[in-house]
Design a binder for this molecule. Structure first.
Ligand SMILES: O=P(O)(O)O[C@@H]1C[C@H](O)[C@@H](CO)O1
Ligand code: HPA
Length: 246
């Protein structure tokens, strides 16, 4: 861990980011949504939008993944102030954990598993590194799944353990009742650490590569495509659901 990392993402830096955003918009969000791959269109549902490119926000990381627009969009949904991240940050982009977690010191997200497994602990990456390393475990998600089943007639909603993998670790686990991801867990840890309530939905986009010997990787185009197709017919209800529990 270098001194640079510590200095770059200090409390003061996060405060400066938050202060800058507050000075630019009168919207004070009650809810924040991190739009995952293929789900950036969620932000388009916001009314009275005020949007910022990540590159214009002080101390903010940049999106490098295809399909992640790199915009922070403030507005209202069903009359409630909200902010959407069109683009999230991943360890596989080469970002240190301080950068991946930076936006959540300031606000949230979107995926659904009541528990998660932080597989990146295997390579000594802890979201609370240099911050509060003692707070390693948590009850991650607000228990809304049963209510969600009643309220939202979207796809099939099921509870799964969310298993986070780095690209390099993709073959290390045989997990039968898991959804796999490359994000979310660090976001949840930091948001919970900050006292936020978290609700996460995972859209199942593809069949995971589970063959230990396979060189195959998740097909990002397939992930984006599935996201777009599902989003087209489900976003109205999805949004209703978010806001019932905000
Ligand atoms: O936004 P997330 O991180 O959920 O998107 C998934 C995981 C990888 O970033 C990418 C793989 O195609 O999509
Ligand atoms: O196949 C996958 N593996 C891990 N994370 C993912 N996120 C979308 N698809 C995948």
């Amino acid at each position: 861990m270098t001194i640079d990392c510590i200095e770059m993402y200090s409390h003061e830096d996060c405060q400066a980011t938050a202060d800058w955003l507050r000075s630019q918009t009168a919207v004070h969000p009650l809810v924040g949504i991190v739009c995952g791959s293929g789900l950036g269109g969620l932000a388009d549902a916001l009314k009275d939008q005020v949007a910022f490119n990540y590159r214009d926000i002080p101390n903010f990381p940049q999106s490098t993944v295809h399909g992640h627009a790199g915009r922070l969009v403030f507005g209202t949904l069903k009359g409630r102030p909200c902010v959407c991240m069109q683009g999230r940050f991943h360890l596989y982009e080469g970002y240190p954990i301080q950068k991946v977690r930076a936006p959540y010191n300031t606000h949230i997200l979107a995926r659904a598993s009541p528990k998660h497994v932080n597989n990146t602990a295997l390579c000594h990456v802890n979201s609370l590194t240099l911050w509060n390393a003692k707070a390693r475990t948590l009850i991650a998600f607000t228990p809304v799944m049963f209510a969600l089943k009643l309220k939202a007639n979207i796809c099939k909603v099921q509870q799964f353990v969310h298993l986070m993998l780095d690209q390099q670790l993709k073959k290390q686990h045989k997990c039968t009742s898991c959804v796999l991801g490359m994000s979310t867990v660090h976001e949840v840890i930091v948001a919970r650490h900050c006292g936020m309530r978290v609700f996460a939905l995972s859209l199942i986009t593809n069949k995971a590569v589970m063959d230990y010997d396979s060189e195959e990787k998740a097909n990002h185009e397939e992930v984006l495509q599935t996201g777009k197709q599902r989003f087209l017919w489900s976003h109205e209800k999805l949004y209703l659901t978010f806001f019932v529990f905000a």
